[in-house]
Ligand binder design. Structure first.
Ligand code: M6R
Length: 634
């Protein structure tokens, strides 16, 4: 499954055109945007049993894909819809509104990770058409929804949400009510006019028909016993009911009619023609299936970086430019964060300085109170936080707010506390990160901060281009070959008591992050130093066989390699990470030179190494001891 997705992604980029840069093949992005999987979970059921318990169970299993709001809609014994949805996690909503008393044997359900529109009940799915007869759940982004909305408004349709999704049921209603099409034809016509990625399930109350369609976002069909059918973003949603699945391809549109649920039909919405797909049996258990081919979420999330970095870099230009203007205007800018988020801030401070000649103060959020006296009304504080709930960050934000400072948050979780306090926010759009370790959200933070630095330097387009070119590098860095090679290194390092890490400039921040990754998941002591600091004390720790990682880039090469030689001459075991090997390296991890983007690419092999170390040492990489995903204690 994993290799399959990678092949599909590769093919998509390949078809989009090839550009060469240095010796690496780079795949040009299509003008319509890359097919990314925006997270959200969808599950639908049509069959002979009560739908609500099946849908509720499915939602719980899909919550790793999104958890800011959820809803279930069923068609009751007649043709009426019964709908319950709200903001919050699935179980919280269920405790509040009892999702199980929805009647009917056909229904759709959704757990949301907000992309278009805030986290509100109105924006939660399912969405219903104006005449109340068509209901939809959707995962993905409909890029041309504003045009479609305007056209529908001119036909008298009105909208209650800020979502892109709400155009879909209304478009179908338009084709049925105004243009006289039947439900299936109306759905096919509507899907044809959508641009962007989607997995959609739509139901019609009158005909009790369910249609699921996909284009760039995941959707699988589950074929149960006794005329029971499931459509879901991911197999675990229905794995307790059936192991027989049909993998759907882009364009596939499954039509299930409740009057005849002993059969289903698959059409290609682009041609209207029937397609045949085999029913295949899966042998996974539920836990395994949620992670796909991966044994742990950490590895899954590391591998997702091929998409998530691009997604983080695909920001709304106007938002980035407005925030750039605020940065320019401010008298004093602070970048604050904790843990990995702080390392992203530190890394960015080098880039702001080098690229845009702009001084930025980088402070650990937990130490921010020491700077209180420097906070004025024209000070700008940029809080970088995956969760948006880290108490040290929230305390710092509150302190800055009291002083009248402007706050920008760079956050992954929409609707989180940090976004509520901030004057403006940039979202990482990395999807939920389940492993306690920051991996994909760290590189997403770097991507956003890099974009800001380029924008501040008046080079926004160049920044976007550079980040786009990184796709191919990240693809290779997360490949099976790389993992196999890093496993050899992990085997060698797993018996070490200490590992040291060296870097200079922005790669000093990478060294700090590498040491954090290794220590928090393998429990091996790992410590980072700026290359130049080695001779000021730490060199006394180096003896025969002491493992030392060295991050090398073109602009730091001569100095960091001389630090490497200092290690070598004391018998250290040298691990080089960078564009070219030297004889002194005992182990070399090749990462092509990416200039300003080196901090994004060079950390990836060490994330994999840390993962491999944890596995070899028998630790759970997703739940390291003593750590929590969101640190809400001081
Ligand atoms: O949610 P935040 O980005 O604010 O979290 C900050 C740190 O707690 C977090 O980065 C932590 O250091 C992770 N364990 C790193 O892997």
């Amino acid at each position: 499954m994993e290799n399959y997705s990678r092949r599909i992604l590769n093919a998509a980029f390949f078809l989009a055109g090839i550009v060469r840069r240095n010796t690496i093949v780079i795949y040009e992005r299509s003008p319509k945007g890359i097919c990314f999987f925006i997270m959200c979970g969808i599950i639908a059921y049509a069959g002979t049993e009560d739908a609500a318990p099946i849908l509720l169970e499915g939602l719980k299993r899909l919550e790793y894909r999104g958890y800011d709001s959820a809803g279930i809609l069923t068609i009751n014994g007649g043709s009426q819809f019964e709908l319950k949805k709200d903001v919050g996690k699935v179980l919280e909503i269920h405790l509040k509104v009892n999702l199980l008393d929805l009647k009917g044997t056909i229904g759709i359900a959704h757990t949301r990770w907000a992309t278009h529109g805030g986290v509100t009940r109105r924006n939660a799915h399912p969405h219903v058409s104006n005449n109340g007869k068509i209901a939809v759940i959707h995962n993905g982004i409909i890029e041309n929804y504003k045009d479609l909305k305007a056209q529908l408004e001119s036909e008298g349709f009105h909208f209650y949400s800020e979502t892109d999704t709400e155009v879909v049921p209304n478009l179908i209603e338009y084709w049925m009510r105004i243009r006289g099409a039947n439900f299936v034809q109306a759905a096919l016509n509507s899907f044809q006019s959508l641009e962007g990625n989607f997995a959609i399930v739509v139901i019609d109350g009158d005909s009790k028909t369910m249609i699921g369609s996909k284009n760039g976002s995941p959707l699988v069909l589950g074929v149960g016993q006794d005329r029971n059918y499931f459509l879901a973003s991911d197999i675990p949603a229905f794995l307790d009911r059936t192991k027989d699945v049909v993998y759907l391809y882009d364009g596939d549109t499954v039509v299930i009619t409740q009057q005849e649920t002993d059969r289903y039909e698959i059409l290609d919405f682009r041609t209207g023609k029937k397609v045949e797909r085999p029913v295949q049996s899966v042998s996974w258990d539920i836990e395994h299936a949620a992670k796909g081919e991966f044994d742990h979420f950490m590895l899954k999330e590391i591998s997702e970086q091929v998409e998530t970095i691009q997604r983080a870099a695909s920001q709304d230009r106007q938002t980035i430019e407005e925030i750039t203007a605020r940065i320019r205007k401010a008298r004093g800018v602070f970048l604050i964060g904790c843990g990995s988020s702080y390392h992203a801030c530190l890394s960015a401070s080098y880039l702001f300085s080098k690229l845009a000649s702009f001084h930025i103060n980088t402070v650990l959020a937990s130490e921010f109170s020491a700077y209180e006296d420097f906070l004025k009304e024209d000070t700008l504080v940029i809080a970088v936080t995956q969760s948006g709930e880290t108490i040290d960050v929230l305390d710092a934000i509150k302190t800055a707010k009291q002083k009248g400072c402007q706050i920008i948050s760079i956050v992954n979780v929409m609707g989180s506390s940090a976004t509520q306090f901030a004057d403006a926010s940039i979202f990482l759009n990395a999807g939920p990160e389940v492993s306690v370790l920051s991996t994909k959200t760290y590189t997403a933070q770097l991507a956003v901060l890099t974009l800001l630095a380029f924008s501040l330097a008046g080079k926004y387009d160049e920044g976007v281009r550079e980040l786009k070119y990184l796709w191919n590098v990240v693809y290779n860095l997360t490949s099976q070959n790389m993992r196999t090679r890093l496993k050899q290194l992990a085997d060698r390092l797993s018996t070490s008591e200490h590992i040291f890490v060296l870097g200079r400039g922005s790669l000093y921040a990478t060294a700090l992050e590498a040491a954090l990754k290794v220590k928090e998941v393998s429990y091996i002591h790992a410590e980072a130093f700026a290359g130049g600091e080695l001779k000021h004390g730490p060199i006394s720790l180096i003896g025969k066989g002491t493992p030392v990682m060295v991050f090398v880039s073109k602009d730091t090469e001569s100095k960091i390699l001389s630090n490497a030689m200092e290690v070598k001459s004391r018998g250290g075991y040298l691990i080089g990470i960078g564009p070219s090997a030297i004889d002194a390296f005992d182990f070399f991890i090749k990462v092509p030179e990416n200039e300003e983007l080196n901090p994004i690419s060079q950390i990836i092999p060490i994330q994999i190494l840390a993962y491999q170390l944890a596995v070899i040492l028998g630790h759970d990489p997703d739940r390291p001891r003593n750590l929590a995903k969101s640190v809400t204690v001081r």
